[in-house]
Design a protein around this ligand. Structure first.
Ligand code: NAD
Ligand code: UGA
Length: 441
């Protein structure tokens, strides 16, 4: 099939590359000329395991193209995925300007039937707006052209995006006509060999499903984080509690890890957007509002612990930070807890030495030449001579550190672990103090 993907970010690039891998002819469009240039010269603009291989393989086979040429992209695909960003507006609602610009381009330039698929995360009712934008542009041209609009939200996780896309749990399709459903069924046939994973529904239910999924996952995390705070106060261990409740199949083990708050380009933004959507309908989402408030506080928990030990004035103290990305296996720092931790430490007069296996360039881009941030060449280099260590992201390479070396490197031998990487008793055997999330002090 001929497919166009509008927006070549995390979702668009993965979608385009994986669909090409199934034999489709895919054209990826982006307005960011730098991104397209990198892709056309054999590079990958993001860090995502396995993606470079799929991209190169399909580009070499001539099935995957990258362009900034809007007319060519609209003309190419019978199926036009919209996978552009939907960042939060000032009031928390999703900013639809990029989605609607993409839709208008299709209406402005299409000359044959198009199935326009919203893959971006968009509020309920967006498909109707996309439909109206296309119809409007067609009417302006005096064209009576058939088109369909479908909603196909994406559930991939960064750091496991290719794997998630290639082996989806489910493929949600919101549509209103059979032509759209049949095209989507045909496109996704190679991804559902073992069982029918297509869940077909109306457009609005599909749009709400995406927010419901992210809101549910964020809720689990915030609930565990609050329980962890309680566990600390009561002398209980959240790790044991996790195992105790996760064994109930109604609860399950996934997404039950307490930590220093959730970040990323999605949970924070989507929780806000769903709260906003509900408020516009005159409905408060009390549970979700609490989830958001709890997460804002949780991102400060590590610094609260630092202050409890060293006092609010951190002048003249340098802290080592391991992990800058919002989660391992990505260089994405959008809404990362590390950003809050660094800002709070600097605000109290401290300096920091930071290390992340892949997000150092991204950190430099974000922080510029801030003189109070030193970029270390490795984890032990960051720790050398620092007052104490804060762990913010659970990269594998932090899991078995040289504890003896750490004790010698730190001025005050204490680890503030925001991701519960170690057995508390083991760390203490090395003479280090260990303050984790929801684990016995
Ligand atoms: P991103 O910021 O990485 O990429 C978006 C891309 O769209 C950018 O490269 C931008 O230049 C491009 N763009 C903007 N306007 C355009 C236009 N008119 N024409 C062509 N290109 C245009 O965003 P992302 O992380 O891929 O997210 C995209 C959407 O998918 C969002 O709605 C997000 O909520 C959703 N989503 C993201 C993830 C994830 O893990 N990142 C997972 C599921 C869903
Ligand atoms: C999340 C969802 O998991 C995807 O299904 C969804 O498609 C995506 O958002 C999206 O809509 O964009 P992602 O943000 O890439 O994916 O990463 P997650 O693995 O979900 O992690 C999000 C945050 O939650 C991270 O900061 C992580 O550290 C935190 N987290 C995750 C916890 O604190 N505890 C957990 O048990 C799991």
């Amino acid at each position: 099939m001929k497919v166009t993907v509008v927006g070549t970010g995390y979702v668009g690039l993965v979608t385009g590359a994986c669909l090409a891998d199934m034999g489709n002819h895919v054209m990826c469009l982006d307005v960011d000329a730098r991104k397209i240039e990198i892709l056309n010269s054999g590079g990958i603009p993001i860090h995502e395991p396995g993606l470079d291989e799929v991209v190169r393989r399909n580009a070499a086979a001539g099935r995957l193209q990258f362009t900034t040429d809007i007319p060519a992209a609209v003309s190419h695909g019978t199926i036009q995925f919209i996978a552009v960003g939907t960042p939060p507006d000032e009031d928390g609602s999703a900013d639809l300007q990029y989605v609607l610009a993409a839709a208008r381009n299709i209406g402005r330039l299409a000359t044959d039937y198009k199935l326009v698929v919203d893959k971006s995360t968009v509020p309920v009712g967006t498909a109707d707006k996309v439909k109206a934008a296309i119809a409007d542009e067609l009417a302006r041209r005096g064209l009576d052209l058939a088109f369909s609009v479908a909603s196909n939200p994406e559930f991939l996780k960064e750091g496991a995006a290719v794997e998630d896309f290639m082996r989806p749990d489910r493929i949600v399709v919101g549509a209103e006509d059979e032509r759209a459903v049949n095209l989507m069924r045909a496109l996704y046939a190679p991804f559902q060999r073992t069982r029918d994973k297509l869940v077909v529904m109306d457009l609005r239910s599909a749009e709400l499903t995406k927010y419901a999924a992210n809101a549910m996952l964020a809720t689990r995390i915030s609930f565990m984080n609050e329980l962890a705070l309680l566990a600390e106060k009561m002398g209980a261990d959240i790790e044991l509690v996790r195992q105790g409740i996760g064994s109930d199949p109604r609860i399950g083990y996934h997404f039950l890890y307490a930590g220093a708050g959730y970040g990323g380009s999605c949970f924070p933004k989507d929780v806000k957007a769903l709260i906003r959507t509900a408020a516009d309908q005159g409905q408060g989402l009390k549970v979700l509002q609490a989830v958001e408030d709890a997460n804002d506080a949780q991102k400060r928990v590590l610094v609260d612990k630092v202050v409890a030990r060293f006092g609010a004035d951190l002048n003249g103290k340098r802290f080592a930070i391991w992990g800058l990305a919002f989660k391992p296996q990505t260089d994405d720092m959008r809404e990362a807890t590390s950003r809050v931790v660094i800002a709070e430490l600097l605000a109290r007069g401290a300096t920091v030495s930071v290390y992340d296996p892949v997000a150092m360039d991204e950190a430099r881009r974000i922080f510029g030449d801030e003189p109070r941030i030193a970029y270390a060449s490795g984890p032990m280099q960051a720790a050398a001579g620092a007052e104490a260590l804060l762990i913010v992201t659970e990269w594998k390479e932090f899991r078995s550190p040289d504890f003896e070396g750490l004790k010698a490197a730190l001025k005050t031998p204490v680890i503030f672990d925001g991701r519960n990487l170690y057995e508390p008793a083991l760390v203490r055997e090395f003479g280090l103090d260990y303050e984790a999330i929801g684990r016995p002090a």
